[in-house]
Ligand binder design. Structure first.
Ligand SMILES: Nc1ncnc2c1ncn2[C@@H]1O[C@H](COP(=O)(O)OP(=O)(O)O)[C@@H](O)[C@H]1O
Ligand SMILES: [Mg+2]
Length: 294
């Protein structure tokens, strides 16, 4: 029977079964981190990918779930062209086994799952809301994520249903809200912060991306869109401000090449991303201690 033909109670029970399965699975994920934003195109995926790589480089077991169905760029940014996704029978249901990547042994294997694996790069995703929701449920409940130190979720932009579904399905330890310095992004970022706090996420913080350009001549900082917006917003909301990440053309080039910038060079932007990873690691370990595998 097609999903559309299922009765309401059948659909409810399949959601309930998945919900329970997620509860079981998340016990094996030590720190669950959501990356979100008010708007698209602010660098959520870039930050999710680079954070995952920074943590995996230290030997942590990282799972990266790209839940942004409208811009599933994570596969490309991670350089995954031919994902190896298999399935495994688990009792009464079948689970997907995520693709693993280690950048030629530069990091511990990172488990990656993105809708981008299932759609052609140049095809628009025209799935309707309920189908997208079902895909998100499945990616959380019917995937063999296994034991993880960090489960990182790259959420869709905004504060809509899809974000709520994920945030309510797993007990997040932290929500990092990414903004750019423009007013419009800051405004929406404030809403995302409020939502996460309302949902009881214990650690919420703001990251400002593309904050300034580095002058190629004098090395000075050029704040094209104004300075200090992200910091002010974080202060107003009473959450941590995790710093400014500069705009650097090499970030996009690295993303397009499929080699995350922090693996490439010691640039200012790579340092800012690394600092972010350090801070997150420290904050989470304060909560529940853990030692890295390496
Ligand atoms: N700090 C940065 N400097 C330069 N380009 C960036 C930076 N952060 C992100 N980008 C680029 O901006 C675009 C949008 O970033 P992305 O991470 O896909 O945003 P989102 O996931 O929020 O939609 C990408 O092409 C990415 O490479
Ligand atoms: Mg994205």
């Amino acid at each position: 029977m097609e999903e559309g033909q299922k009765t309401n109670s059948e659909q409810m029970s399949s959601i309930e079964i998945r919900r329970r399965r997620i509860r079981e699975k998340e016990k094996k994920w030590r720190y669950k981190i959501a990356i979100l934003s008010g708007k698209g195109g602010v660098g959520k995926s870039t930050i999710s990918v680079n954070l995952s790589v920074a943590l995996a480089r230290r030997g942590y077991r990282v799972g990266l779930f790209d839940a942004d169905v409208h811009g599933p760029d994570v596969a490309k940014m991670m350089g995954i062209q031919d994902p190896e996704i298999s399935t495994e029978k688990m009792g009464d249901h079948t689970e997907l086994v995520p693709h693993e990547t280690d950048f030629g042994e530069k990091t511990a294997p990172i488990k990656v799952l993105t809708l981008g694996f299932f759609v052609e790069e140049d095809q628009p995703i025209i799935w309707r809301g309920p189908v997208i929701m079902k895909a998100i449920w499945q990616f959380l409940a019917d995937v063999k994520w296994g034991e993880l130190d960090f489960f990182i979720v790259d959420l869709p932009p905004g504060t809509g249903d899809k974000v709520l579904t994920v945030a309510k399905s797993i007990d997040l330890d932290a929500a990092l809200v990414v903004t750019t310095p423009q007013e419009v992004s800051l405004l929406d970022c404030g809403k995302a912060v409020s939502l996460m706090r309302k949902l009881g996420v214990p650690y919420v913080a703001v990251i400002e991306n593309m904050s300034y350009l580095i002058c190629p001549h004098c090395g000075g900082r050029i704040y094209i869109f104004g300075k200090g917006g992200g910091k002010k917003l974080a202060e107003r909301e009473g959450v941590d401000f995790l710093g400014e990440i500069p705009f650097d053309l090499r970030v996009r080039e690295a993303g397009d090449k499929g080699i995350p910038i922090i693996l490439l060079e010691e640039s200012e932007v790579a340092k800012a991303l690394m600092k972010l990873a350090n801070w997150l690691e420290k904050k989470m370990k304060e909560k529940r201690p853990i030692s890295a595998a390496k």
